[in-house]
Ligand binder design. Structure first.
Ligand code: NAP
Length: 270
């Protein structure tokens, strides 16, 4: 079913909470209509909320860790009859804890979401954008994308993938009118740490950035066609910059102190 609108369209994954919900809100504030996706029914509540300002918002409840979930989102875009002006690939989860004890299926599902879905959706949607020779892509990576992440070892590797994938695509698409931007948040106040089972860690109890500020930086950078942006505090920026220059063993030690289970000062409270 087609819709008649002169507004641009943004597709945002992981838009039911945290950074993704704020990315969607930023897009609405800049007069985009939305197709938003998440796994659970909260995506419908988010859509109702986001549509209050008059934007057209289509919620798609799909598990993007599944091949068919990505196809379901793509089909919803095709069925909308709209072209995609901005693609924000943000859905992602973490699995905290020691690699040797973490659940394999949880880690593989995370890889399917953080890596495979980013590749799958890019493969399906980018050709439409390149054909129109216009578009903006934002991929949510992390300040940890340039560091090993002990006790988040697999997650950290997925975020390194996201950053390198974004940068490589950006180069390949440089003459197409489509730009690719990587968003590299530092610790941000969302459901991420709780969902990752990291409540007993130093990083989870530490100061965190406001997801709205992270999202604003992300959308500003995406619309400006920048290659990457750290979000949102000076601390996150410093972590990101340090991550680009220090040797891997040093970064692993620094990260490990933050992410080790039981490293929180108030660990007994959790
Ligand atoms: N928070 C941080 O400190 C931080 C730092 C660096 C990078 N990031 C990145 O930021 C992104 C957003 O995370 P967040 O911090 O905003 O966490 P969040 O509040 O937990 O949001 C995660 C979003 O992803 C969706 N999602 C999870 N599994 C999904 C699946 N299988 N299929 C479709 N959607 C799914 C969730 O929807 P459901 O609730 O429906 O599952 C939710 O909308 C992630 O890529 C994360 O790696 C976060």
């Amino acid at each position: 079913m087609g819709t008649v609108s002169t507004r641009k369209l943004a597709v945002v994954t992981g838009a039911s909470s945290g950074i993704g919900l704020e990315l969607a809100r930023e897009c609405v504030e800049r007069d985009f209509d939305l197709i938003i996706c998440a796994e659970d029914s909260g995506i419908h509540t988010a859509a109702e909320h986001l549509a209050k300002g008059g934007a057209w918002v289509l919620p798609v409840q799909a598990d993007l860790a599944m091949f068919d979930g990505c196809k379901q989102l793509y089909q919803a875009i095709v069925d909308s009859g709209r072209h995609v002006d901005a693609l924000l690939l943000n859905a992602g989860v973490g699995v905290g804890g020691a690699f040797l004890v973490n659940d394999l299926e949880a880690e593989l599902k995370m890889i399917r979401l953080n890596v495979e879905a980013v590749v799958h959706l890019s493969k399906l949607i980018l050709p439409m954008m390149v054909n129109r020779r216009e578009g903006r892509v934002l991929i949510t990576a992390s300040v940890a994308s340039t560091s090993p992440a002990p006790y988040l070892a697999v997650y950290g590797a997925t975020k390194a993938f996201d950053l390198m994938f974004a940068e490589a695509l950006r180069y390949e698409l440089k003459d197409t009118g489509v730009t690719v931007t990587a968003l590299q948040p530092g610790a941000t106040d969302t459901e991420f740490f709780d969902r990752a089972g990291m409540d007993s860690t130093k990083v989870a109890e530490g100061k965190k950035d406001d997801p709205a500020e992270v999202a604003k930086k992300g959308v500003d950078a995406m619309l400006a066609g920048k290659d990457k942006v750290f979000g949102a505090s000076m601390k996150a920026k410093m972590e990101g910059l340090v991550g680009e220059v220090l040797p891997e063993p040093t970064k692993a030690k620094m990260q490990g102190k933050q992410t080790k289970p039981g490293s929180a000062k108030n660990e007994h409270k959790h």
